[in-house]
Design a protein around this ligand. Sequence first.
Ligand code: TPP
Length: 296
Amino acid sequence: MSIQLDTTAVEKMKSFHCETKCTWCDGCGDYGIWTAIKRALSELGYSPWQVLLCYDVGCHGNMSDKLNGYRFHGLHGRVLPFAAGAKLANMNVPVIAHGGDGASFSEGVGHLVHSIRSQYPVTFILHNNANYGLTTGQASSLTWQGQPMNTNPNGMAEQTLPSMDFVFSLQPTFVARGFSGNIPQMVEILKAAIQHRGFAFVDMLQACPTYNHFATHEYLLSKCYDANAEGHDVKDFEKARYLATHNADRIATGILYQNEDIPNFYERLVPRQGKKTQAVDEVEKVDISELMKEFI
Ligand SMILES: Cc1ncc(C[n+]2csc(CCOP(=O)(O)OP(=O)(O)O)c2C)c(N)n1
């Protein structure tokens, strides 16, 4: 059997590739997510010069020099304000923001809350390895309670933050969950997320073979199933919330909730109504020398 390749998409995918040496550990889930993003953007027809990729600080953030595109590498927990601002300045550019579970559910959790309630039109990929990877296996709020970690050798005492229940409590318009071991599914999720009208929250469960010895690649492989293939209706909010939060026996993956009827933040901005230009096109040189005299 011969495999039919879309040569245009393959060439595009190569254009996203950087030769920078990968420093992720062998078996890190970031390799799979990295590949899926390249494929998703290529299959959507984008070239590197047409996209903005924003990274938080963390192991995942080291992707910033491994994937071509306009790139921004910010402060820990602060990727979303930058990504939202850039997107609102130029709505023609797809903006993908990456954050770790440490950054997104501790340092930067406030930004996540307001990004969802504001519906900034940004794709957010949560690199969910359930620990602070770059700082060598500290417990994060998504580490399993009781789990021994480098910072908590007797087991993490705090409750694990119910992240998906929390996200659903904020009335999101797009929630999906992928697994770093299933690249074709991640590609389909990312293509839908990038084209989503508002804020797209994508929980990517990822293996961290060095520090996460509980939700391992093998564990995730045995638990994850494709909810879309089982006929899940992505418009059913309550069912999606149930699937996202009941993970003891099986972990539902795929697009869990999608609502394209809610306007995003930009569409709600009264001063932008009817504008044919992007805010970035309207930047003007303004002489502020008179104003500055007030401070002398
Ligand atoms: C405000 C702030 N807090 C803490 C740090 C230290 N720090 C850098 S990376 C990191 C861990 C990142 O973990 P996570 O966000 O889960 O991403 P991962 O490395 O697992 O991909 C920490 C705590 C920092 N640089 N800035």
